[in-house]
Design a protein around this ligand. Sequence first.
Ligand code: AKB
Length: 313
Amino acid sequence: MKAKVLVIGANGQLGTVLVKELQHHHGLDNVIASDIKKSHDFMGTFEVLDATNRMQLSDVVSKYGITQIYHLAAILSAKGEANPLATWDLNMRMLFNVLEVARIHELDKVFFPSSIAVFGEDAPWVNTPNYAYLNPATVYGMSKAAGEQWAQYYFLRYGLDVRSLRYPGVIGHQSLPGGGTTDYAVEIFHKAVLEEEFVCFLNEDTTLPMIFMDDAIRATLELMKAPKKNIKIRTSYNLAGSSFSPEDIVAEIRNYYPEFKVKYEPDFRQDIAARWPKSINDVEATLDWGWKPKYDLEMIVSTMIEKLKEQYI
Ligand code: AKB
């Protein structure tokens, strides 16, 4: 049977790119993109959908005969701190709706993105293992850590095939992030290419795990395509790309723009980043479904600059 895929949060940083890849893999008519607003230049089938509304979600699943959901919508780490209870409520309500609708409609697969934000001060900061202690310090991280347990619960209790990755900060030229602590690592490239000064909200030496968009998308599709028996972790898989700090990116960008100016004005997001891992050990993803990243910092910087120059010219 052909897969019918619903993407929730299709207008977001990852969704924008993932929808196109899924359309390519499954066929334009077999991918239903959804978000709370329609994006004006979208090609394909789009449903305006508020995933906090279970009935609405259930109706979309019935209408298209959906067999898989990619649930990408969430309030991220930095934005979530402005309104902690509302963030918890929204992130958890959407996840419960997705899990329940998937269970009731007996869907084949669900993808639930987790994040490096599940880790806190008590996890090893370097080469953080998959099974490290989770004590997140943001409400977003708390919702992802709890969400991972619910994903595993639905698998163990109901046999629902939920699969998950702990994304590092995602860097891509196709879309903009919103509300995250790693967002600086996308904005910095736009400023460099526009030859404007960049004001960085993290300290220059704050190393964080990052991943290039192409790697993040490939990891998602490889995880979802892997045989069920290979998926041994039902909470979420650690996923590594490459780790670096603002000053590492700046040094690399200056190979292209020697005059690039950067000012460091750390704000509350520095405190969030300071409790996250510096690098990730993703050996389980490699062993279970063959994960291997392709992009290092040098390749990320050269690709970002090349692609953004095309966009701005
Ligand atoms: C954020 O910064 O909140 C996200 C994430 C690492 O999950 N990009």
